[in-house]
Design a protein around this ligand. Sequence first.
Ligand code: MEV
Length: 439
Amino acid sequence: MKNQKTISGFSKLNKRGKIKWLVENFFKDPENVMRELSSYWLKNEEQQRVLDGFSENTVSNFPMPFSIAPNFVINDKTYCIPMVIEESSVVAAASSAAKFWMTRGGFKATVIDIQKIGQYHFNFSGQKDRLQYVLDEYKTYFLKKLKPYTESMQKRGGGIIEMSLRDFPEEPGYFQIQMTFDTCDSMGANFINTILEEFAVLFEAKVNAEYSGLYDISTVMCILSNYTPDCLVEASVSCNVADLGPIPGGIKPEEFAEKFAQAIRIAEIDPYRATTHNKGIFNGIDSVVIATGNDFRAIEAGGHTYAARNGSYSSLSHCELLDDQFKFYIRVPLALGTVGGLTKLHPVAKRSLEMLGNPNAKELMKIIASVGLAQNFAAVKSLVTTGIQKGHMKMHLSNVLNQLKATENEFKLAVEHFSNKIISHRSVQEFLESIRSSN
Ligand code: MEV
């Protein structure tokens, strides 16, 4: 087959056909790659079909580690946390923070609110008050017409909470109806987008009928917002400063508490530090969000906007030192679901939720905020005491040794050898070569 980097009808090929085209055109050793990619297919064909259904043009699966962080005490209940993450040290750090706080009262978490937001964006050639009139006058009519779509959510205690008209001086003639929703235990994206699209049709028709076509109205788009500042959860840990010890490196608890609080203040005032600081928080949050079949891009996007809500990007976590009490807390928007989406379709996500005791969305918000806080605590604790490279390098050594197919004995010798030496891919390779050649 002649080299063909573009193709039409790729999606129509079956899976083997897709891989065949891919390997023949983009790899030097097509047969090996074909064998390798197909080796990641699930043996259970039914489960593989389910996975394939999540996306398009699927050729293989992309394995990621599925890990557990035990000993998380949150609101006096103990959880084993499922985490999907590829970065070494994250799960170890979460587990160590969980164990640390387990004996100091655990995590306390509260859901502040669970409102989600959707927006109908449109252009209108008249004044804002004309639109406001239609919205107020026909609100009951709109809600009644939307009932077929909202009824089952209403039965579960949710539905549309509010509709408000917004305009933007920067964009004359453009308006928006922003709706707030309670989507109960579902993330609610489909529910919200369906309602917005139906509402747009109803609203446009009413505006045209009310003003006999005097004004032009046209829809720009209807879509939920991933910024959910009112779908907010707070998690905290606190203890007496003296109880923070023992601290690695023999630092006194008082000194540790001061250094820790200063590190948090730095993340509050400097966006460069805040970005890395919050990245550490999302190491924990994202890995549980992925493990439970939720949308980590939505969570990240909303979290970062929230971190910049006061005009400058800042820390999501805060620390207070008052009367010998250490308090560390996070407030973060988390629009999560425990029903719908992948939550029950993905076989492992389903097990993750089961492991957590099949929480509702509010409980999952509390769990995930606590994991984010734990992750942040562990990272900042390392940074202001031992530094993070020590732990990272231990994991790095083990990854390099695995990559170089080290035996159990070689592992042991390498760990000993590198306990006080600089670890790099080359230094590990040279070490292995030296012990292999001397045998
Ligand atoms: C690394 O993935 C995360 C950290 O950089 C977070 C932080 O600096 O706070 C360790």
